[in-house]
Design a protein around this ligand. Structure first.
Ligand code: S6P
Ligand code: ZN
Length: 189
């Protein structure tokens, strides 16, 4: 009789959020990938285009677009600034607007910036253990406001999809900037 196949389950390191195992896909976003995301284009030009700003490790046990499935991911944002803005993710709405998501912070300090479809923007402080529910119809972006890597894990529906175009075209209505040493949302003019 053939012995049952040994399935190697993915494994999370709870000190760092790192995912290990087969089938984990990694995406890297460098300074060069983030042109147009930060307000200070001159400050961006002074940075090494190849420098990594963030990395995403994702586990997709079902095909993208599958209804009823869930994906798991971990995001790692390096500490750094572009002018007075913190290193941050591109940000997106889910393509299927009503799909929500959970984030749980593993390490570091940061902010989850949320914007609804009426372009009202707010943020939630992220620190180890903080649980963030991102409702549907809400664009989300994370920024590293600390001096060490910010890492968080995420779980979202496999049919959520990602709409980056809306944010690329119009951005968020407010930016998280270092104002007198403190992260603060500043409305776009
Ligand atoms: C996916 C989830 C995260 C982000 C990641 C990077 O729905 O929200 O895994 O993909 O934090 O951000 P972005 O905006 O570049 O996808
Ligand atoms: Zn998302």
């Amino acid at each position: 009789m053939t012995p049952p196949a040994i399935v190697l389950l993915p494994h999370v390191d709870f000190d760092t959020g790192t995912l290990r195992g087969s089938g984990i896909e990694t995406a890297v976003r460098t300074i060069a990938d983030l042109k147009g995301i930060f307000r200070d284009a001159r400050a961006l030009e002074t940075l090494d285009p190849k420098a990594v700003v963030y990395r995403v490790e994702a586990y997709a046990p079902v095909a993208e677009g599958t209804e009823g499935g869930l994906f798991w991911g971990a995001t790692f944002i390096e500490p750094g600034m572009v002018g007075d803005e913190y290193f941050m993710t591109k940000g997106h709405f889910h393509a299927r607007r009503n799909r929500g998501e959970y984030y749980v912070t593993v390490a570091g300090e940061g902010a989850l910036i949320l914007m609804d479809e009426a372009r009202q923007t707010r943020f939630e402080a992220m620190s180890p253990g903080s649980v963030h529910y991102i409702p549907g119809h809400t664009a989300h972006r994370t920024a590293n406001t600390g001096n060490a890597v910010l890492s968080f894990v995420a779980c979202w529906p496999s049919d959520a999809g990602h709409d980056y175009e809306t944010i690329a075209a119009r951005g968020f209505s407010a930016r998280l900037r270092n104002v007198a040493g403190v992260p603060a949302l500043v409305e776009e003019a």
